[in-house]
Design a protein around this ligand. Structure first.
Ligand code: HEC
Length: 107
């Protein structure tokens, strides 16, 4: 009986963390990305709309960029400001990166 309880609790924990990891918008906020990226207006960085346009149909490329494996295509001249931010994303799990990429592409 005790073992059964433990399994149930573990199962719940996995489900909860899975649901959280899939929330790209929350991740985007918690990593501080919103400080430079607004939904529709260009501020320090390009707007999410601009990023979504550049990466339309290229989710894989966007994930590569966040892993530090692909060159910038939106505003390469300002990549110096974005580059250090990749330290926050390149060690995130594939699942988290996919969720965040989807969040950005949905603008
Ligand atoms: C200090 C300001 C700043 C923060 C914080 C920031 N960015 Fe950026 N970001 C920029 C600037 C400036 C650019 C434009 C340069 C470029 O295109 O790489 C940019 C560009 C991008 C691009 C377009 C890349 C391309 O192909 O050109 C993506 C995607 C992006 N940021 C995602 C993020 C994510 C995700 C976070 C949070 C982890 C984040 N940014 C945090 C300033 C910032």
């Amino acid at each position: 009986m005790k073992k059964l309880m433990a399994t149930a609790v573990l199962g719940l924990a996995v489900t909860v963390s899975g649901a959280m990891a899939a929330d790209g918008g929350a991740l985007f906020k918690s990593k501080g990305c919103g400080a430079c990226h607004q939904a529709n207006v260009k501020t320090v960085g390009p707007s999410l709309k601009e990023i979504a346009q550049a990466y339309k149909g290229k989710e894989g490329e966007l994930i590569k960029f966040l892993k530090g494996e692909a060159k910038p295509i939106v505003d390469p001249a300002k990549f110096g400001i974005m580059k250090p931010q990749l330290n926050a994303t390149k060690n995130m799990s594939d699942e988290e990166l996919k969720a965040m990429a989807e969040f950005m592409l949905n603008h």
